[in-house]
Write a protein that binds this ligand. Structure first.
Ligand SMILES: N[C@H](CCC[C@H](N)C(=O)O)C(=O)O
Length: 277
């Protein structure tokens, strides 16, 4: 009997599974079945809360996209995991706790039962870390998409991101470029592709075409990636508000050599039992 919680962070929605005592056993076909928005539950990512492998962390969380592919990190998801652990009595308000993601530890702290701040670690710009095929690391790469050059930033937040300034698109549409960049061969593991508009040094708008999940209402690591790329270019201050279709996140990052902080909401929708097998 598969029990789950349906949650969301700014409309980026999740099925959360309690795998603290029962191991995670879903295969790709089952993940896709649960992801189906008509015959399943529907989610952008499925999250499994499991015992930590790293003894310095309280719990581990696994992340799967709608197509069954795994991810190394999920910003909106880790806030939901923190709120889920709080509801389960395993995480106190105000307590800073390390959680283990597939790409390593992050530190979460609940400001309220529905508002979470997360130390997401340091953005990784080295092309091999993204991974992104490039001869040398730079703030801006020119990448060939459909036969013409597009300027992007490339960064890992534990998962790969391409960041595109919307004002560099000319007449090219994000609807086409998002899927093309998310599966671009220079990103060996694919990319989450964010289109950013900069209002001023403290305020951005962003929408993200996610690897393995498509367009989402919000992408936490995408907001972190947009901040990381623009801050390193000197185009934003240490704190920014990032407006996504589903709402706003607050991101803080002094710059290279520092970790990056994300603050935003986490919401419960319902608890359920999967009966479709
Ligand atoms: N929605 C998530 C990111 C999911 C990333 C996933 N699509 C990948 O394959 O890396 C977030 O809030 O950060």
């Amino acid at each position: 009997m598969l029990r789950f919680s349906k949650m969301h962070g700014l409309g980026n929605d999740f099925v959360v599974l309690d795998c603290r005592t029962t191991p995670f056993t879903l295969d790709v076909a089952r993940i896709r079945a649960v992801a189906n928005r008509r015959t399943g539950v529907g989610f952008d990512q499925l999250l499994s809360v499991e015992p930590a492998r790293d003894p310095s962390c309280a719990f581990y969380y696994g992340i799967w996209n709608t197509d069954g592919s795994p991810s190394g990190q999920c910003g909106n998801g880790v806030r939901c995991v923190a709120a889920w652990l709080h509801r389960a009595g395993a995480l106190a308000l105000g307590e800073a706790v390390r959680l283990e993601s597939p790409s390593g530890p992050v530190t979460v702290r609940l400001l309220t039962p529905h508002e979470v701040t997360v130390d997401m670690g340091e953005p990784a710009f080295a092309p091999a870390r993204v991974p992104f095929a490039a001869e040398a690391e730079t703030d801006r790469y020119l990448i060939d998409v459909d036969g013409s050059a597009l300027e992007i930033g490339a960064v890992s937040m534990g998962n790969p991101h391409a960041v595109v300034m919307a004002d560099t698109l000319a007449d090219r549409l994000p609807e086409r470029l998002g899927p093309a960049l998310s599966t671009h061969p220079r990103f060996a593991e694919g990319a989450n592709t964010g289109f950013v508009r900069r209002f001023d040094r403290g305020h951005l708008a962003l929408r993200v075409h996610e690897r393995g999940a498509g367009w989402t209402q919000a992408c936490g690591t995408g907001a972190c990636a947009a901040m990381a790329v623009l801050r390193r270019r000197g185009e934003v201050d240490e704190q920014v508000q990032v407006d996504l279709p589903g709402g706003a996140l607050r991101i803080a990052w002094p710059g290279p050599g520092h970790t990056l902080w994300m603050t935003g909401p986490a919401a419960f929708v319902f608890d359920g039992t999967w009966l479709a097998d």
